[in-house]
Design a protein around this ligand. Structure first.
Ligand SMILES: *[C@@H]1O[C@H](CO)[C@@H](O)[C@H](O)[C@H]1NC(C)=O
Ligand SMILES: *[C@@H]1O[C@H](CO)[C@@H](O)[C@H](O)[C@H]1NC(C)=O
Ligand SMILES: *[C@@H]1O[C@H](CO)[C@@H](O)[C@H](O)[C@H]1NC(C)=O
Length: 470
């Protein structure tokens, strides 16, 4: 971008000696400008990190404020779930920096999209997946754990997270694979016949965090049940490899093996919360944390000297879709906060690699018209990958949040150590949206019957029209 602009100044010159001197001036100006590009990240200097995070978050919010659907708080163009994950990273940002300039937007968006206190708003619920919904629940439990301000006459953050839990548990599907959540909720959706890692791992993490926050053992029992069920399928193998999906048709014995950072992070983080909740009494949780951190080494490829995180399935081939561009935010920030409650060598080692990743991410923020917008391929460092977007900003904000955590060294709060958000185990249960799979299937059959009838009427009509026309 900058080189192009510099060049065009040059080509408008006419006389030969002028061309040369102008050219030299242009070159030196360009070099000066270039050193000012990108975002400097000094990982051991809190002020530098706060500045960097502010630049990154502000550019993210510019994208948010400029969207087509800006009249609907919290709703992004062509996606709903990313609103939840964006607010999650912004709540972390507020907590770690003290910068409250986005708090009104966060509250407005979160409350607007709360549905019937379960983040399943009727505008979108007919095409949402369990994973979409759980990200809003994770944003809500983050708000609770960090004492993010609540508004009067609104449900508490923790009760909204409980609302998501209460909405999802009835969807636990014993009709296939002896358990598990399906990816999509409705039979007419493509992913209905799949059970996937992020839906099950997402509810696992949410349950574990609710257990630690509320100390209600029901949440811990569910967390363990989801973990154990996952471990009975390729979604959580004994070799600590996580499959992305498995299908009900194959009784959850097959596996779609694309490797994604966020699948690992959601199981690692949930296991970390369970480790802390159980006071280290059950070795399975720490074994899980350590085992999955080890297999996550794959996300630190040679191209970044094994220090820079990469979503290796899509980044090297430039094929990350907008969802995938956000995944690194979750891996880094979830594990960043988890490091406070699981202070082990393995988490410390990962936190060290997040520092290198954050420096590289800052270098990758050298795009756009201001030379400060971020690309997604951090392993390319200062060689900007040519992309800009809200998702790229979110990922960089996530890794900056992660490495700011040690400066704060407090939280996640819970009901016993200063968490002020009030639990309501029955949150969200007055909704009409908490259909179990059985109700869904009945509804689907009725729907399919109507569709068939309509089709036959149309077909008969078309045939008689053809016959008449002849
Ligand atoms: C649902 O759609 C209506 C009409 O577009 C809009 O006014 C409202 O804000 C939407 N609600 C949510 C929760 O997005
Ligand atoms: C759980 O987290 C707290 C910090 O909130 C920490 O002091 C404690 O040592 C952790 N427990 C275990 C078993 O690591
Ligand atoms: C714990 O959570 C369960 C499930 O939501 C609820 O039924 C129960 O009342 C809760 N127990 C307490 C003591 O709040």
């Amino acid at each position: 971008m900058h080189f192009l602009r510099c060049r065009s100044t040059l080509s408008s010159r006419q006389m030969m000696p002028t061309i040369l001197s102008r050219w030299l001036i242009t070159i030196s100006v360009c070099l000066l400008v270039r050193t000012a590009l990108a975002i400097d990240v000094s990982p051991d200097d809190e002020t530098s990190l706060k500045d960097a995070a502010k630049t990154v978050a502000s550019a993210m919010m510019d994208f948010y404020n400029d969207r087509d659907s800006k009249s609907i708080p919290g709703k992004m163009d062509d996606t709903w779930w990313e609103g939840g994950s964006m607010f999650m990273t912004l709540i972390q940002y507020w907590y770690l920096t003290g910068d409250s300039q986005f708090n009104d937007a966060i509250q407005e968006g979160m409350y607007w999209q709360k549905g019937e206190n379960d983040f399943f708003p009727s505008n979108y619920s007919q095409y949402l997946g369990n994973d979409d919904q759980v990200f809003w629940g994770l944003a809500a439990i983050t708000a609770a754990e960090l004492n993010f301000p609540e508004r009067d006459n609104q449900p508490s953050w923790v009760s909204l997270a409980e609302g998501v839990f209460n909405g999802q548990i009835p969807r636990w599907d014993m009709a296939s694979c002896s358990g598990g959540l399906r990816w999509q909720i409705w039979p007419y959706q493509n992913g209905f016949h799949l059970k996937n890692a992020i839906s099950n791992g997402g509810l696992f993490q949410l349950s574990a965090r609710l257990a630690l926050y509320t100390k209600n053992s029901t949440y811990a029992e569910w967390a363990e049940k989801i973990w154990d069920w996952s471990a009975s399928t390729p979604l959580l193998r004994k070799t600590w490899v996580i499959a992305d999906t498995t299908s009900t048709a194959a009784d959850c014995k097959d596996h779609g093996d694309h490797q994604w950072t966020y699948n690992y992070a959601t199981y690692i983080s949930g296991a970390g919360y369970m480790h802390n909740y159980t006071n280290g009494a059950e070795s399975k949780w720490l074994e899980g944390v350590n085992g999955l951190i080890k297999t996550s080494d794959q996300f630190f490829p040679d191209s970044g000297a094994k220090q820079i995180i990469s979503d290796i399935t899509c980044e090297p081939i430039n094929k990350c879709d907008r969802n995938q561009k956000t995944f690194k935010a979750y891996f880094t920030s979830w594990i960043g906060f988890m490091s406070l409650i699981v202070p082990t060598e393995t988490t410390a080692d990962l936190m060290a690699r997040f520092k290198s990743s954050a420096v590289a991410a800052g270098q990758q923020c050298s795009g756009g018209s201001d030379g400060k917008h971020c690309g997604i391929r951090w392993t390319k460092k200062a060689e900007w990958d040519g992309t800009v977007g809200l998702e790229q900003q979110m990922s960089v904000l996530g890794v900056l949040n992660a490495i700011m955590v040690p400066f704060k060294a407090q939280g996640p709060y819970n009901a016993d150590n200063g968490g002020t958000s009030k639990s309501d185990p029955h949150g969200g249960t007055n909704t009409k949206n908490t259909l179990g799979p059985k109700d869904v299937e009945t509804g689907d059959k009725v729907g399919a019957g109507i569709l068939t009838a309509v089709f036959i009427i149309l077909w008969v009509g078309a045939v008689s029209w053809i016959v008449k026309a002849e």
